[in-house]
Design a protein. Structure first.
Length: 319
């Protein structure tokens, strides 16, 4: 009888020890993370952004320093422009890299720093890699605010992202708590090389096409069209700079769009789009077909929700 009682006490003691060890291990696992996550007890975060040159500018804190970053769904890295912001990172692991960007120069050089923190309201980011560009004319186009960097994919890969352009508010949601927006137009989303694409019917200069568009919050234009997608159509008119990409000026000529179909929404009033020179608007590779880009001047008409987990894009009319 006594032996049974001792064994029972021993079993309870071992169970208690196991529970304590499991609790310690669980705490260690949750504290040791890489990427973005909500602060403890949070499942969504909403905060304000500003709009500069039709682009979304988010408040972020990088290694304790408050900076302004453009939210760009076409960007798969976290970029920092100003060398002054990286002077305290010299001891970090770093690697020289080259990457492509829109613009006539095409290739951009940079230095990748690893193991950095990036925080936003109710959002913690840890162990992240940032790329510092040695030079970029991209940030020089903003006169009323200093732009320090640009990012996008890291948020889209972790959260449902809702953008309310009318109220200048962004909401990041835990996918487990996401509810499909009411009365929204739902479009199928293809994620290619971390970037969101949709197929849309379009009429350009009275000719019909079915095109594959990059959905890009970082493009401050209504629409960009690839001449190859329009059967190498050439339009009269002088090629002019219509913006600045990471690799320099974006040169293009104007075309007229008669209709663009975004799910249940039709943009039937004629509007101008841009057809860039081939050199400043290359495809990412021979395997990826990018017929064009839907930019912020069209996206800004809607409340936009990106759901990378179910490959969906939702558009709602602004109230």
């Amino acid at each position: 009888m006594k032996l049974n009682q001792n064994l029972k006490r021993l079993g309870i003691g071992l169970l208690f020890v196991c529970l304590v060890i499991n609790s310690i291990l669980a705490y260690s696992r949750t504290d040791d993370f890489t990427g973005f996550r909500f602060e403890e007890g949070k499942y969504q975060s909403s905060f304000k952004f500003s709009i500069e040159n039709d682009l979304i500018v988010l408040p972020v804190t990088v290694e304790g320093k408050r900076l302004n970053f453009i939210f760009d769904t076409g960007m798969n890295s976290i970029l920092v422009f100003d060398k002054r912001n990286i002077k305290d990172w010299r001891a970090r692991d770093k690697h020289k890299i080259k990457f492509s960007g829109l613009g006539v120069n095409n290739l951009v050089q940079g230095i990748r720093f690893d193991g950095l923190s990036v925080n936003m309201p109710n959002i913690q980011g840890k162990g992240l890699s940032l790329v510092a560009t040695q030079y970029s004319s991209f940030s020089e186009q903003f006169e009323s605010i200093e732009i320090h960097g640009i990012f996008g994919y890291q948020l889209l890969a972790k959260f449902i992202v809702q953008i309310d352009y009318a109220n200048k508010s962004i909401t990041l949601i835990n996918p487990d708590y996401f509810v499909k927006p009411y009365n929204a137009s739902q479009l199928d989303l293809s994620i290619i090389n971390t970037k969101p694409y949709i197929n849309c019917p379009i009429i350009v200069d009275e000719k019909s096409y079915e095109l594959n568009f990059l959905v890009d919050t970082g493009a401050g234009v209504p629409l960009i069209l690839n001449s190859i997608a329009l059967n190498n159509t050439r339009h009269k008119g002088k090629s002019v700079p219509v913006g600045v990409g990471l690799a320099g000026p974006l040169m293009a000529t104007k075309v007229t769009v008669n209709d663009l179909v975004l799910g249940k929404f039709h943009l039937t009033k004629d509007f101008e789009a841009w057809m860039p020179n081939k050199d400043s608007y290359p495809n990412e590779s021979n395997k990826i077909r990018r017929d064009g880009t839907i930019g912020s001047k069209i996206l800004g008409r809607y409340r936009v929700t990106f759901d990378y987990f179910n490959n969906k894009l939702y558009l709602q009319e602004q109230p």
